[in-house]
Each structure stands twice: as structure tokens, then as C-alpha cells.
Design a binder for this molecule. Structure first.
Ligand SMILES: NC(=O)C[C@H](N)C(=O)O
Length: 335
């Protein structure tokens, strides 16, 4: 009894994904159905959890993560903040589909107001598969969320025995279990021997140290992404601006370069008040301010090392505070 009382209290918030998926048979690893197993069953499948934490489950959503929306994020962030404000919650694990895990992780990294651990976990193989990765990933996530070492490190993404920072992690492979990597800045550490081993930490501000507050928001500003490619044209940009986008992230070629034929359309969008952020489709490296484009003259913002899908998140949150491009650029160098 006493030993159990000394264990950390970890809440598991389930949102769906492949970790809760089921396939036709044990060898089905593609073509299965995501988000079918409930949180109680996920917990019951790993009896070892009880030895390392007092776990409680809550089904927040039951969706495949490709269908994650801003509304889901607002609801999830509010729930996480409410739970972490309770003295009887030491850490949170979120089970999530892997397709947008990096986006949800970064959204929470910017909006959770606590230094208690928040760990997001998923799986690449459905729960019914041979060598399903969900159970060990969930076990490690609960250990991590209950550990002292994970406090104050921002939102963590833990799969495949590795710990990555929300800002830096990305899905690098469509289907293998070693898909989550922080290819340019490196992972934070490993899960091994029933404990985390940390080697580094992100230098960017997160969680309790950010300026963003979603507690009173029911909707986020519309921000969309346009993708760079040879022979790019303005159709997607114009459609997004017409549909009411307040911000556009360009996942540009190379160092966020702007095609000659896109310069005028982007300038026109900016004149209409739309904030333009230059990111890159490359996936690694800095998009430098005033590098491949004169951001000062164009009044654009450079994404620094954020990929386009994460730049979209920071721009949405930035737009809840300001429309000033200098301020928004500061935020891109802060978070
Ligand atoms: N491995 C997965 O979880 C993929 C799934 N499509 C999802 O993101 O929900």
C-alpha cells in the first residue's frame, strides 16, 4: 500500500492513432484501422505500468492523427493545463497517432503552463501486430512522465527507446518503428533500464516560460502552408488568401527561396495584411532572415529552423498576440 502511494501519479490521455489500432491479423502492419482500442484496454495490456506509476486513463478523443485539428489542440491543451494544476497529478502521457505527433507536441510545448512532464507517445504497428511497439512505448512514456529528470524539459516525444524534444522531432519514415528523429539537433536521450538517460536539452523557451495563453481561446487564426517546387504557381496561395488565411507559411525550396513568379503574389498577400513566413521543404538548416529574400523590404518573417508544419503552429499562436512582423520574428528566434 505504502509503496504504491509513493509511486508517481500519471494520467494517460488517449487520443487514438495506431497505438490504439487493430488489424485483420497479427501480420497486418499496414491497412489496419487506427483508433479502435479504448484507453482502459491500452492500460490493461501493460500490467507492468502499475509497478512504476499510479496510472489513470481518460479518453479525450478517438481519432487517427491525420484528422487532428486546431479545435482538438485547444481542447487537449486546456485539459492538460487543468490536470497539471492538480497537486495529485505528477505527469501526463498522451497516446497519439504518429502522423501529426510532432505538431501536437509543439503546440503543447508552447501552450502548457507547467514544468511537470508531458510525454507524447504513439506506435507504428497496430496493437494486434506481432512485435507491436505500442506496449513498450507506453511503458517507457509512463516511466518518463513520472520521472524527476523529465521535469522542465518541455513536451517530450518518446518512442523506440528514444526521447526527443517537441520543437525538434519529426517523422522521417512513413512506416518503420525508428521513424522519429531530430535529424539536425539530435535527440535528448534514451529510455533504458527502466529510466530516462538525458544528454542534452533544447535551448528554446517552452511550456511555463512562453508568452502564449490559450485558456480563453475557442478558435485559432487561420494559417495555411504553400509548398515550393519547380514551376510553382500562385493558385494555392491565392485560394488560401481568398479563403481568409491570416498567415501563410511557405515551405520553400532550399533556404526558403522565393520563385520569381511568386514574389508579386506574396507581396500582394502581405499588402492585404497576411503574414508571410519563409520556411523550407528541406527539413534541416536555418532559413536565414534576409538570406534568399530581403525580408526587411518585403516585411516577411524567416522561420529559423522550424519546419513548415511547426512554423504554422508558432505563427497561429503569434497571431493571437500581435500582427507586428518584428515581434513575430522575435518569437521565431525565441521558441
Ligand atoms: N502510426 C500512426 O499512428 C499513423 C496513423 N495514421 C495516425 O497518425 O493516427
Amino acid at each position: 500500500q505504502d509503496a504504491q502511494a509513493k509511486l508517481p501519479n500519471v494520467m494517460i490521455l488517449a487520443t487514438g492513432g495506431t497505438i490504439a489500432g487493430t488489424g485483420a491479423d497479427t501480420t497486418t502492419t499496414v491497412g489496419y484501422t487506427s483508433a479502435t482500442v479504448g484507453v482502459d484496454k491500452l492500460i490493461a495490456a501493460v500490467p507492468e505500468l502499475k509497478k512504476v506509476a499510479n496510472v489513470k486513463g481518460e479518453q479525450v478523443f478517438q481519432i487517427a492523427s491525420e484528422s487532428m485539428t486546431n479545435d482538438h489542440w485547444l481542447k487537449l491543451a486546456k485539459r492538460v493545463n487543468t490536470l497539471l494544476a492538480q497537486p495529485d497529478v505528477d505527469g501526463i502521457v498522451i497516446t497519439h497517432g504518429t502522423d501529426t505527433i510532432e505538431e501536437t507536441a509543439y503546440f503543447l510545448d508552447l501552450t502548457v503552463k507547467s514544468r511537470k512532464p508531458v510525454v507524447i507517445v504513439g506506435a507504428m504497428r497496430p496493437s494486434t501486430a506481432l512485435s507491436a511497439d505500442g506496449p513498450i512505448n507506453l511503458y517507457n512514456a509512463v516511466l518518463l512522465a513520472g520521472s524527476e529528470d523529465a521535469k522542465g524539459k518541455g513536451v517530450l516525444v518518446a518512442l523506440n527507446d528514444q526521447i526527443n524534444a517537441a520543437r525538434e522531432v519529426t517523422k522521417t519514415n512513413t512506416s518503420t518503428t525508428d521513424t522519429f528523429k531530430s535529424p539536425e539537433l539530435g535527440m535528448l536521450g534514451y529510455m533504458q533500464d527502466n529510466r530516462p538517460h538525458f544528454y542534452r536539452q533544447s535551448t528554446r523557451k517552452n511550456t511555463a516560460d512562453t508568452e502564449f495563453d490559450i485558456s480563453k481561446l475557442d478558435v485559432l487564426p487561420q494559417v495555411d502552408i504553400i509548398y515550393g517546387y519547380a514551376n510553382m504557381n500562385r493558385a494555392a496561395l491565392d485560394a488560401q488568401v481568398k479563403a481568409g488565411a491570416k498567415g501563410i507559411v511557405q515551405a520553400g525550396v532550399g533556404d526558403g527561396s522565393i520563385a520569381a513568379q511568386m514574389k508579386e503574389p506574396l507581396m500582394q498577400a502581405r499588402k492585404k495584411g497576411v503574414i508571410i513566413v519563409r520556411s523550407s521543404r528541406v527539413g534541416q538548416g536555418i532559413v536565414a532572415r534576409n538570406g534568399e529574400a530581403n525580408d526587411d523590404a518585403l516585411d516577411f518573417v524567416a522561420s529559423d529552423t522550424l519546419n513548415a508544419q511547426k512554423a504554422r503552429i508558432l505563427l497561429m499562436l503569434a497571431l493571437t498576440k500581435t500582427n507586428d512582423t518584428k515581434e513575430i520574428q522575435r518569437m521565431f528566434y525565441t521558441y
